[in-house]
Structure formats: C-alpha cells, structure tokens
Design a protein around this ligand. Structure first.
Ligand SMILES: Nc1ncnc2c1ncn2[C@@H]1O[C@H](COP(=O)(O)OP(=O)(O)OP(=O)(O)O)[C@@H](O)[C@H]1O
Ligand SMILES: [Mg+2]
Length: 249
C-alpha cells in the first residue's frame, strides 16, 4: 500500500535533511505506528507521504505509484486515496461549517454524487464514527474535542481512502476520550481495510493500536518491527529509553 524507500527531506535551500534514509512500509489494512520525540521529523515524513513536501532523495509509492511524479488528474486521484487526520480537529474543521458541510466537502470538491447521494453518505459516515445524527447541523464550537475528532475522521474517510495518515490524532484529547478514538480507528480499519500510518510521540498510545512500530530519532528510523517485539524486546537504546518513560506498557 505505502512504500517509503530511502527518503530524505528537509526545508529551504540549504539542503540540511530533517529526515534521512527513511525506509518503511504499510500494507493494506495494517496500522503502522511512528514514534519519536518532538522535532525528530515525524510530521515532515507525513508531509512527504501526502505529497505536500518533495523528498530530496528516495521514493514514496502508494499502491505502486510514485507520488512525487504525479501531475494534474493523476495527482488529484492520488489525493483522494491518501487522507490525513491532524492533532487539532478544531483547526481542521472550519468554525463556520456545520458537521454536515464539513463531511460532505471532500465529496463536492471531487464531484462525487449528487446532493442526495452526499446527504446519504454523510448519515452513513456519522453512523460509522459513532456520532448521533442530530449533531449534523452543529458547528464545531458546539462539539466536544472527541466529537470534533470523530467528525475529522468521518471527513477523512468520506472518499474511501486507501491510506490514512494520522498525525498525533489523540494528543489533544483527554485520556479517556483518547482510548475511545483509538478503538474507533482500530474498528474502522477492520471494517474498511485502509492502511494507516499513525504518528505519536507516546509509545504507550501507539502500542495500543499499531500492528508494527517504527521508532524515529533525529530524522532516522532506529528500529522497527511487530509491536510486541518492539515493546517487549527493544533492540535500540533509544527505544528502551522511550519504554522506560511509558510505565503503562
Ligand atoms: N515548515 C518548516 N520550515 C522549516 N523547518 C521546519 C518546518 N517544519 C518543521 N521544521 C523543522 O523540522 C524538524 C522536524 O519537525 P517535525 O515537525 O517533522 O517534527 P515532529 O517529529 O513532527 O515533532 P512534533 O512531535 O513536535 O510534532 C524540526 O527541527 C523543525 O524545526
Ligand atoms: Mg509533528
């Protein structure tokens, strides 16, 4: 589904790499967690994967297609297949749009279906993310953080993406709400079989839902493997350090 091959990337002209030689894979229906401390380059990798930032070296393929060679219609098709969920749903959702409008917007941008189809799809998506149909006419300011993130997830799933990139999607939520949103993502992945790159700085959060974990330090992947292996038999000292900081595992 997603193949990241030897990718380096940075910002500006000085060519100093923020991430270097990153190689990772996410299979269809698989959740891969990416962990590492603040500033190590996680969001930078997410930007490269979604096509927002061009790598200085290496390739990113989604469903076999090199993301950074795409133009025009092919690029638009790619954008449909890869969707993002961010840390702060309040920034993702426009304060002026109702829940219904926020979720339907990607459908109208990509000209999917008519008004009736979209209304039905919105109901379906609200149900999918466990929201009461009554919230559809509310604006984000009248929703809890967890409800807002559910709306953001429904919006991201509207176009049936093959890959969902979640960049710290529960970091801004209370712990009890975090668990519910993580369960929802697991459940949705089981039902819809999208691949998911799930980014967090907290190993405890990632280990709750990831099939495999990649540990990033200073822009490089220092260790990756099945979740149980990485959390019970970490090989890299940095992974051990992360584990010792998360007593809940
Ligand atoms: N738009 C930008 N322009 C220049 N440098 C940037 C930009 N965005 C990020 N950086 C730099 O790249 C490095 C990695 O940032 P990145 O946002 O990828 O880290 P992160 O792992 O996502 O951190 P966090 O956990 O805090 O979200 C940082 O040193 C940061 O200063
Ligand atoms: Mg980040």
């Amino acid at each position: 589904m997603l193949e990241i091959e030897n990718v380096s990337a940075g910002y500006g002209r000085d060519d100093t790499s923020v991430i270097e030689g990153v190689t990772m894979r996410v299979a269809a229906g698989e959740i891969v967690g990416l962990v590492g401390e603040s500033g190590c380059g996680k969001s930078t990798l997410a930007r490269v994967v979604t096509g927002l930032l061009r790598p200085s070296a290496g390739t990113v393929r989604v469903a076999g297609v090199d993301v950074h060679t795409l133009r025009g219609r092919a690029l638009r098709a790619h954008r449909r297949q890869v969707q993002m969920v961010f840390q702060d749903p309040y920034l993702t959702l426009s304060p002026r749009q109702t829940v219904r409008q926020s979720i339907a917007e990607p459908l109208s941008i990509h000209r999917v279906g008519d008004a009736r189809f979209r209304a039905a799809r919105v109901s379906e998506l609200l149900d999918l993310v466990g929201l009461d149909p009554q919230v559809r006419d509310r604006r984000p300011g009248r929703l809890s953080g967890g409800q807002q993130q559910r709306v953001a997830i429904a919006r991201a799933l509207a176009l049936e993406p093959r890959l969902l990139v979640c960049d710290e999607p529960v970091t801004a939520l209370d712990v009890s709400v975090q668990a519910k949103v993580l369960n929802l993502l697991c459940d949705l992945r089981d039902r819809l079989e999208f691949g998911c790159l799930f980014i967090a700085h907290d190993l405890a959060v990632v280990s709750q839902l990831a099939d495999r974990i990649a540990v990033m330090r200073r822009g490089r992947i220092v260790e990756q493997g099945p979740t149980a292996e990485v959390t019970t038999g970490p090989r890299h000292p940095y992974t051990r350090l992360l584990l010792s900081a998360t007593p809940t595992i």
